[in-house]
Design a protein around this ligand. Structure first.
Ligand code: NAD
Length: 364
């Protein structure tokens, strides 16, 4: 037991986690982990993922990694929120039930608002509505975050194009999109409307059929080597790795997927290759911004203002340009420019550290 405790605290210590909570309810089959990474800026917000894991340790590692990314995303987006995330262990096709979500909602309520949940991979807006019967600390019930995420990625692509080509006109731009799900599919529609030439892929052949009239379709294995202006990963994490990086024939990587770089080293490699990388948690923050504003409105009994949310999401352009400039201006100890991912981490942490600093004083 002592060994387990010391191992757990080692894991939490690595990235300064505040709290990790395990919930179990045998009656409903619920097994959940909530990780609260950092609440300096406000209560933690992050989705609930339902997923099969090889081991419970894999689930723990996943939730820790995702919660930390939420801290960075919320801070960089200027939200008064911290980072948290939850995983429910199991196959979403098999374990979902009203009782499971209500039981989960009761556990979330017991955290007293330190963690606010929303939808994620394996959960839906409908599931959030059931959770809401037991807790106030849930959002993404009125607004589906995915179209907002896609809108932010679309705006981010424009910012990247302006930075690289000196012109934000994207008509005729060649964009390769990996993944035609909730984010990738909506992005393809936006790009098509803006006059881009889209090349798209998915492992789901049904989705390929749906998009065949607005995009050229390619095989999943070919998407990395498509000669294009922008490669937009909108499916999985870890897609920029040793195997794929050498195939890339693009000038820009700008997509909605979380954790696109397999490691920090791959961000540095992209800088060396002259490929501009839009850090994932900066460009895909649109959905978080939308559900954060929805939560605020629900607390204050106000109407949601979609237009003002879209305007706020457009701020992704300015943030990206700022980060790209930081990356060019900052050099590492070998005199090389730091990666855009590293610059984003510095940008996000700076705000948290400054706000944490004001709490050092005792003011009666
Ligand atoms: P989704 O499940 O709706 O879509 C993912 C799509 O990728 C599916 O159509 C799937 O078939 C496809 N896919 C899976 N493996 C593939 C492969 N090897 N090659 C090509 N296609 C493949 O998910 P989503 O909500 O669209 O999210 C996509 C990514 O964006 C995820 O990484 C998610 O974490 C991230 N993200 C989503 C949101 C959001 O608001 N939905 C917000 C931030 C980040």
């Amino acid at each position: 037991m002592q060994l387990l405790q010391s191992f757990m605290f080692d894991l939490m210590q690595d990235d300064d986690f505040e709290e990790v909570v395990f919930f179990q309810d045998k009656n409903t089959g619920l097994k959940a982990i909530v990780a609260i990474h950092n609440t300096v800026l406000g209560p933690s917000l992050g989705g609930t993922r339902i997923c099969v894991y090889r081991t419970e340790l894999d689930a723990l590692r996943d939730v820790l990694r995702l919660a930390k990314a939420m801290t960075m995303k919320a801070s960089a987006a200027g939200l008064n929120l911290g980072g948290g995330k939850a995983v429910i262990i199991g196959d979403p096709k098999k374990i979902k039930s009203e009782a499971l979500f209500r039981s989960y909602g009761k556990f979330i309520e017991s955290l007293g608002g330190r963690y606010i949940t929303a939808e994620d991979v394996g959960t839906t807006v409908g599931d959030m509505r059931i959770i809401a019967t037991e807790t106030r600390h849930v959002t993404g019930i009125e607004l589906d975050p995915s179209p907002f995420t896609a809108y932010g990625v679309f705006q981010g692509i424009k910012a990247c194009v302006e930075y690289v080509y000196g012109d934000s006109n994207i008509e005729g731009l060649k964009v390769a999109v990996q993944g035609l799900g909730k984010v990738g599919g909506e992005l393809v529609r936006l790009l098509n409307e803006a006059g881009c030439h889209v090349i798209a892929t998915d492992v789901d052949t049904e989705k390929l059929r749906t998009f065949a009239d607005i995009a050229d379709i390619t095989k999943p294995s070919r998407i990395f080597s498509v000669k294009c202006d922008v490669f937009s990963p909108c499916a999985l994490g870890g897609v920029i790795n040793d195997g794929t990086i050498k195939k890339l024939k693009c000038r820009i990587i700008a997509g909605g997927a979380n954790n696109q770089l397999e490691s920090e080293r791959h961000g540095e490699k992209l800088t060396e290759l002259g490929i501009l990388y839009a850090p994932d948690y900066i460009i895909n923050a649109g959905g978080l911004i939308a559900v954060a504003r929805e939560y605020e409105c629900s607390l204050r009994h106000r109407e949601i203002n979609r237009k003002s949310i879209l305007r706020e999401i457009e701020g992704v352009k300015e943030r990206l340009i700022k980060i790209f400039r930081m990356s060019e201006e900052m050099v590492d100890r070998f005199g090389k420019s730091v990666s855009t991912q590293k610059a984003a981490d510095i940008f996000a942490m700076e705000r948290i550290e400054k706000v944490a600093g004001i709490r050092r004083m005792y003011l009666p």
